[in-house]
Write a protein that binds this ligand. Sequence first.
Ligand code: TYM
Length: 333
Amino acid sequence: RPRIFSGMQPTSDSLHLGNYLGALTQWVALQDSYDAVYCVVDLHALTVAPDPAVLRERTRRTAAQYLAAGVDPARSILFVQSHVAEHAELAWLLSCQTGFGEASRMTQFKDKSTRFGQEGTTVGLFTYPVLMAADILLYDTALVPVGEDQRQHLELTRDLAQRLNTRFGKGTAVVPDPHIVKATAKIYDLQDPTAKMSKSAASPNGIIELLDDPKVVAKRIRSAVTDAEREIRYDPEAKPGIANLLTIFAALTGRDVLAIEADYQGKGYGDLKKDLADVVVEFLTPFQERVHTYLADPAALDDVLADGAERARGIARGMLDRVHDRMGLLPQR
Ligand code: TYM
């Protein structure tokens, strides 16, 4: 079966609805037809200088949220990036194949380095996409389920894979395809529906965190920014706020946006928001219970992660040995 790989950064206590709808639901859906490898990318999280105790806690919390969403360790590999040293190793080998200018063109790097300034921007932030390429190429990955904001990083990963094949021979790396589901690839901020929902949003009121108090979540949905019209219609250009609410509604209920739109003819924005708040709370309540059950037994969680790391290492080592050999690194005896 073809392989899929994806990961999320443990940079927050809770994933948000963008992470869930843009990526995590795809991960769960794809694990039946693919050989799936899902990672908590803690090395990537180091680029934002987290407090050590907080990082450790968030790494477990992120893994617990994968499990609660339906990632099944019996079918998929679930592990923590730093447990498999091959990620950092391949990242070095790839950094020697990456152009400085090429890495400088990454828009996420440009945005973040502008925000952090010259002294606050680390070399790690610059090479972040190279580590991400290593994550993916290490598993001979065919498909990478992510949201729209990762598209450029995926392009770089593909370029690097092709470059390895040109320089070191066909079959050195598998060239991965992004799997970006258009309907949910970009969930927007509730307070600013032209910006993506993001952990670094200006106001917490625009974000729905999966572990937020359901009452707070309901309130945030009811106060979502919309527009001055009254008609409920899916029109992302003219009505980004309403379109975003309809997108979330459709994704969480598995229904078609147009069918929901039809249901609300003649009704007001308040009706849509109230019903959506109910839908979200109904999803979050059992989700949060599952997360807390996993977190209540950290030893069992760590066992799942240890088992995942061992299985991941087995795959990663084979790829890395192949690259060592082709690059001319002397084999160890
Ligand atoms: P991260 O941790 O920022 O986000 C995790 C996933 O959530 C998606 N996402 C969204 N999707 C829809 N709407 C949104 N508003 C939204 N916000 C975030 C992201 O696209 C992502 O799929 N660089 C990656 C982590 C990473 C990775 C990898 C991913 C490291 N190595 C290898 C795939 C493969 C990141 O920062 O994701």
